[in-house]
Design a protein around this ligand. Sequence first.
Ligand SMILES: [Mn+2]
Length: 323
Amino acid sequence: MKQVRKTYCISHGKDVDGIASASIVKLANGAKTYLVNYDKVIQTIEKIPDNAELYVCDLGMNDSIAEKFIEECNRITKKGKVTYIDHHILKPSIKRKLLKAKVELVHSRKECAGVLTYQHLKKQVPKGASILACYAAITDYLDNQKIAKDLISNYDRQLLLLESTMLAYALAYDGAKPQFGNKIVDAFQDLCFPHEIKDVSILANKQAERMKNIMKTINSDAKSYKNFACMESTNPTIGLVANMIIGELDVPVAFAYRHNPIGHYEMSFRARYDSKAELGKIVAKITPELGGMGGGHNKACGARIPDDKLKKFIKLFSAELNK
Ligand SMILES: [Mn+2]
């Protein structure tokens, strides 16, 4: 008798896109889901059995994990199957190696991972599951893309904005702990709305209050440079702080950074909708020179640099941005 493959999903646990992707995979095939951040990708895939059917969602490949990740894919695809669904930059060299490892690639820079996952598995999920893809598209700022727009048009737009933002805010307040994320994946199996899930609206309110307090500090604390502004924050969601700097100071690009006592700054970068800046490229180019790392999308990306390199970073960043 043919042995039935067990299905697993490893997805990004830090945001709505990753959690929605995992929820859609689970709805399609009952996968056991692991919500992880980049530092846990390898140790998680190592636990996946040889003959598994594995989905990996919303986890961009960077040089620090790609080699080991591809090695694990090679192990699994000998007896099992790996589907990699993502929308981050994928280097041609890594893409080739994934294909050579017989990984099924569902990759596009145009739509978020939740929308790509829904498109890929839509025959296996209830029609209502497209609402999860809509939440992902809105909170990943990819709601203007072709497929996302189509899916969103099936719902009341304001309901989607309310529900997706409530969820994103609750995750932000909580620091997107895996336990909370798992609770959401479970509730999404019954297509619960975020407002129905315990604690979501309370945490979202707390986050909104926190945002209000941050807004008050931006005018006094942020430093302005040519075409960008930045500030230090102790807030766990520095991406949202960066967004608010853009709005409060009316600059096209902003970043916020938080000190980590082990000796580095975590940084988050944002560009306004109409900005032509390629933040992911700029950050990926200059951080290695400073002994750090970073990268991501054109309009949203992240980095980590040694804490004695901040001044140097700002100088290099300004030079690249204003080239
Ligand atoms: Mn994403």
